[in-house]
Design a protein around this ligand. Structure first.
Ligand SMILES: Cc1ncc(COP(=O)(O)O)c(C=O)c1O
Length: 384
């Protein structure tokens, strides 16, 4: 059996041809592939605007910039996420706060969020960054009830969940990133994600004024749009109107993204089948103390089980060439964040989850045989 990673990209001949066409075209960057990818992605998610950027972290940074995060800004997120979901607030000088997760869904616990909101005078907190962790959609309608009450914006970190959804109180499927309840949403196109660009990211929104800011900040704060310029010296003229960055995606990355997007539904279907297989295999196994389950709308970026002796199981799988992973070390326990005052014990549900969680191989090209091998090796470990 070949080695089995926890996640990997699937590159088809169509993908390779799409990149070759882009490489042979006039534009390697700032060309037509960007708009094509943005339009196709917006259409897929069901949102008005999409802005392609160089990676998911850049997407988060541009969102915090567009929402005017500054030294006075206080934002809440979950400890069980990739560090970038919290770091983006610090990039703009703001303060990040954490609310613990729910034990079973692994998502931010909105009761804990409300406890935080109640603990300070209204106006102290400015934003919430919920994460569709592992591909399970956060109920943004419930978030919105809270954020409206306390006047907070929402950035949905949907890096794990293109194609995921939750069903709102009206029975409507709300696709992750559709901006029906959130101000902005972000995605990553890192190779282990559903859609791979190598590196890449996308921001989605229905808010035109935020969209315009994002376009400006993505390219140094520079505009070439004559209708927006203060002066105009001729055809060469551009204006830097804000302090922005170069967070652009290249055209060949966008071509790869567009080509991958065409197969996104098929990949998602396969991920859901793999999740069902794991769920069925472990549902009556007393050694598995928790698992992602088989959940409607889940995009299954990750399939997570919780076990008692995680390190031994991890090593047993590794000895069999199966490379499981742990998502995530709680952000507040990372040395940088500990240096800012957080400590072990601050968020016990997250920390307990971290002690037990293990992400099993989950990617569309995982074969039935490979998945059965993973399941057999886990069962074998507990038979000893
Ligand atoms: C939840 C989450 N947020 C943000 C990011 C950052 O994305 P990128 O790696 O594209 O910068 C990632 C990617 O690892 C992620 O998993």
């Amino acid at each position: 059996m070949n080695s089995i990673p926890y996640g990997k990209q699937a590159i088809s001949d169509d993908d390779i041809n799409a990149v070759i066409i882009a490489l042979k075209s006039e534009f390697l960057t700032q060309g037509p592939q960007i708009k094509d990818f943005e339009n196709a992605f917006a259409n897929y998610i069901g949102v008005k605007y999409a802005v392609a950027v160089s990676n998911g972290t850049a997407a988060l940074h541009l969102c915090t910039m567009a929402l005017d995060v500054n030294k006075q800004t206080n934002v809440i997120t979950t400890p069980i996420t990739f560090a970038a979901s919290a770091n983006c607030v610090l990039y703009c000088g703001g303060s990040i706060h954490f609310a613990d997760i729910e034990k079973d869904s692994y998502l931010i616990d909105l009761n804990k969020v409300e406890d935080l909101l109640r603990s300070q005078p209204k106006g102290f907190y400015h934003g919430l960054i919920p994460v569709d962790f592992a591909g399970k959609a956060v109920d943004l309608e419930k978030c919105k009830v809270l954020t409206e009450k306390y006047n907070l914006w929402i950035i949905e970190d949907a890096c794990h969940a293109p194609g995921g959804y939750f069903v709102d109180s009206k029975g409507i499927k709300q696709m992750c990133g559709n901006s029906a309840y959130a101000d902005l949403a972000i995605f990553s196109f890192h190779p282990v994600k559903h859609i791979a660009c190598g590196e890449g990211g996308m921001i989605t929104t229905n808010d035109e004024s935020l969209y315009k800011k994002l376009l400006l900040y993505r390219t140094h704060g520079i505009t070439k749009d004559a209708s927006l310029m203060v002066e105009n010296h001729g055809g060469w003229y551009y204006e830097m109107q804000e302090l922005g960055y170069n967070y652009r995606l290249t055209d060949f990355q966008a071509a790869l993204g567009s080509s991958q997007l065409k197969r996104a539904d098929r990949g998602l279907e396969r991920r859901r089948q793999i999740a069902k297989n794991y769920f069925d295999a472990f549902k009556d196994d007393e050694n598995i103390i928790g698992q992602s389950g088989f959940v409607e709308g889940h995009a299954y970026h990750l399939y997570i089980i919780e076990v008692k002796d995680r390190l031994s199981l991890y090593n047993h799988l590794k000895a069999n060439n199966i490379f499981s992973q742990v998502h995530y070390i709680p952000v507040h326990t990372l040395p940088y964040y500990k240096g800012k005052g957080w400590k072990n014990g601050d968020f016990p549900v997250s920390e307990n989850y971290y002690r037990h969680c293990l992400s099993l191989p989950m990617f569309p090209t995982l074969t039935q045989e490979e998945q059965q091998f993973v399941i057999d090796k886990i069962k074998e470990f507990y038979k000893k």
